[in-house]
Ligand binder design. Structure first.
Ligand SMILES: Cc1cc2nc3c(=O)[nH]c(=O)nc-3n(C[C@H](O)[C@H](O)[C@H](O)COP(=O)(O)OP(=O)(O)OC[C@H]3O[C@@H](n4cnc5c(N)ncnc54)[C@H](O)[C@@H]3O)c2cc1C
Ligand SMILES: *[C@@H]1O[C@H](CO)[C@@H](O)[C@H](O)[C@H]1NC(C)=O
Ligand SMILES: *[C@@H]1O[C@H](CO)[C@@H](O)[C@H](O)[C@H]1NC(C)=O
Ligand SMILES: *[C@@H]1O[C@H](CO)[C@@H](O)[C@H](O)[C@H]1NC(C)=O
Ligand SMILES: *[C@@H]1O[C@H](CO)[C@@H](O)[C@H](O)[C@H]1NC(C)=O
Ligand SMILES: *[C@@H]1O[C@H](CO)[C@@H](O)[C@H](O)[C@H]1NC(C)=O
Ligand SMILES: *[C@@H]1O[C@H](CO)[C@@H](O)[C@H](O)[C@H]1NC(C)=O
Ligand SMILES: *[C@@H]1O[C@H](CO)[C@@H](O)[C@H](O)[C@H]1NC(C)=O
Length: 480
């Protein structure tokens, strides 16, 4: 799903002291104690884990600290449906975990309730014609890439081209009332539309996806970093690749501008991808002429490039905050965004283990056009003349005492980034849910009509409000 090395580069391997956290919760409600007993009676002890009983790891320290009553690992769709019956019957709160990359407790690890861990639902079955694959609702991107790589196939997953194109043909969904439904362009088309942009945690539990696959061999992957002298020149080239080469479906790139705490410097890096196994592809000739402080290239499979799926227990997870904004292309805005980042970093420079990265990804025009396929999606982008830029500020740090300081830093950066975008007349309200921050109004950013329609669809499948912020599955970005 991503190049782990990019994210772990400047992180100091410091083990945080056994500080208490606001998220720890030793009081498990009688309802959840009861639910765990019922689950254990129905599924036996091999499907159930209690907090601290095994080395369960999740990506973010704030979620790692969430103490669940028990963790249930279903092996099939029927188990998920049965678990929902138990949880609703006992009225016990729960959270659903797939890859566990959320940054807030209760998104995928339950605070005091039941964590439904989907890792055993990770089967990948490729259709005989090689044009689609059924993927378990708990499969990791790495599982899917590795099953497809060996057949010279791939799918639209993390860290490759085609960002934003919804390439899922069909979902198997367990509704809040434990009914199992198949959702596609042809069956429950309204729900299909809704899942393509508001899925995680609003309509039920997805137990499998049918994804589009396509022929894919090895790819070129380049990595370059530039020092302060060449930052603006490199960005000129990046901007040209994002805009003049917007229609080039063979290449992809993104850049990240980070603060490196141990040498008190800023560094610009870029990841370049070309969809054929060719060294030094011509499209990158110009950017590759700019002197780099570090450069590497390799020919590899998408699966190998995405790295392993598991989260190791050592080093222990750090705390993370993601926040994002979207704008139309503007070279001037990019320059401004770096300046804002540099200025605002001053107040957090001494935060222990600080690793902030400002990362910009293009959504190519072809991806935006693709959003209209098969009934469209709720993102509110299909009428837009692309490309768009999605900018993510990803900040990692170590100590809970710094949570507020880092949160304020991120807010200040975004207030200024969005002011600058409005001033330059390139602002777009869209917020990518995958890079959302708790409290960001993701669904309003899809436009008032889409938001309203999503809320109506949610209410129609969940009259008891189980998958809402007042219900049992409260974490995640909620429609209400
Ligand atoms: C290091 C890193 C790299 C990333 N790289 C990329 C990238 O390259 N491209 C990209 O698009 N995004 C990327 N993202 C963003 C990522 O796609 C989102 O954070 C996404 O929500 C993570 O999914 P997950 O299954 O790992 O997380 P989880 O926390 O397990 O799930 C996210 C939410 O979805 C819900 N959910 C998960 N599975 C199901 C299910 N089967 N049924 C119902 N609800 C479910 C969970 O309850 C939770 O609320 C990255 C994030 C990180 C942290
Ligand atoms: C701790 O758990 C109890 C019972 O589930 C709940 O009422 C309370 O809000 C929780 N506290 C925190 C900080 O999550
Ligand atoms: C967790 O892993 C460590 C190191 O591998 C091991 O010593 C320990 O027994 C494990 N703990 C549990 C509860 O499984
Ligand atoms: C995949 O492609 C490589 C290189 O073209 C080829 O050698 C290999 O046989 C192909 N594998 C399959 C399963 O088609
Ligand atoms: C950046 O690197 C170039 C050589 O690649 C060097 O000449 C220049 O002095 C460096 N600038 C800084 C600010 O380190
Ligand atoms: C992209 O568009 C330009 C100009 O419109 C054209 O010259 C070029 O061939 C196109 N490239 C691709 C890959 O379609
Ligand atoms: C991918 O990784 C595996 C395991 O490390 C290795 O055997 C294989 O050669 C790699 N593939 C390529 C194309 O480098
Ligand atoms: C479950 O919910 C769906 C959607 O609201 C509804 O159509 C179905 O009749 C319900 N099933 C039962 C058994 O209540």
């Amino acid at each position: 799903m991503y190049l782990r090395s990019l994210w772990s580069l400047p992180v100091l391997m410091l083990i945080s002291s056994a500080s208490t956290s606001a998220y720890q919760n030793n009081s498990i409600s009688p309802n959840c104690q009861n639910a765990c007993k019922l689950l254990q009676a129905e599924f036996g002890s091999t499907a159930l884990y209690y907090y601290g009983q095994d080395n369960f790891t999740i990506w973010d320290a704030k979620q790692q600290e969430a103490q669940y009553a028990c963790r249930f690992e279903p092996t099939g769709t029927a188990d998920v449906a049965a678990a929902l019956r138990v949880l609703v019957g006992a009225w016990c709160n729960f959270a659903v975990k797939c890859g566990g990359h959320s940054r807030d407790p209760d998104f995928s690890n339950s605070v005091g309730g039941v964590t439904i861990g989907l890792k055993r639902l990770n089967k990948v079955d490729v259709a005989a014609d090689g044009r689609r694959a059924r993927v378990g609702g708990g499969a990791l991107t790495a599982d899917v890439y590795s099953a497809l790589d060996v057949r010279n196939l791939s799918f639209v997953g993390g860290r490759v081209g085609g960002v934003g194109v919804d390439n899922i043909y069909e979902y198997e969904l367990v509704l809040p009332n434990a009914t199992i439904v198949t959702v596609s362009e042809y069956q429950h088309p309204e729900l299909y539309w809704a899942l393509r942009g508001a899925g995680g945690g609003n309509f039920g539990v997805i137990t499998s996806f049918v994804v589009r696959t396509y022929p894919q061999g090895l790819v070129y992957a380049g990595q370059r970093a530039w020092n302060e002298t060449y930052t603006e020149r490199a960005l000129d080239e990046v901007y040209d690749l994002y805009t003049s080469h917007d229609n080039n479906t063979d290449m992809a790139l993104w850049y990240y501008y980070g603060y490196v705490q141990n040498n008190n410097r800023f560094s610009l890096a870029g990841t370049l991808r070309y969809f054929y196994p060719i060294e030094n592809p011509r499209v990158f000739e110009s950017i590759n002429r700019i002197p780099a402080v570090a450069a590497s290239q390799q020919i590899n499979s998408l699966g190998n490039l995405s790295g392993p799926g598991h989260i190791p227990a050592i080093p222990p997870p750090t705390r993370h905050l993601f926040q994002s904004t979207t704008c139309f292309p503007s070279r001037e805005w990019i320059r401004e965004s770096l300046r804002i980042f540099r200025e605002e970093i001053e107040d957090v420079k001494s935060v222990e283990g600080l690793n902030p990265q400002l990362i910009t990804y293009p959504i190519p025009s072809r991806a935006i056009r693709g959003m209209a396929n098969r009934g469209g999606n709720p993102l509110g982008l299909s009428d837009i003349q692309g490309p768009l830029f999605v900018t993510l500020l990803s900040t990692a740090w170590l100590r809970p005492e710094d949570d507020i300081l880092v949160g304020d830093f991120s807010d200040r950066v975004f207030a200024r980034l969005e002011d600058a975008a409005r001033r330059l007349n390139v602002y777009h309200p869209y917020k990518y849910i995958g890079y959302g921050r708790l409290g960001q109004d993701i669904f309003s950013s899809y436009g008032a009509d889409n938001h309203k329609k999503l809320v109506q669809i949610q209410e129609s499948v969940d009259p008891l409000g189980i998958f809402t912020s007042d219900g049992l599955c409260r974490g995640g970005f909620k429609l209400h």
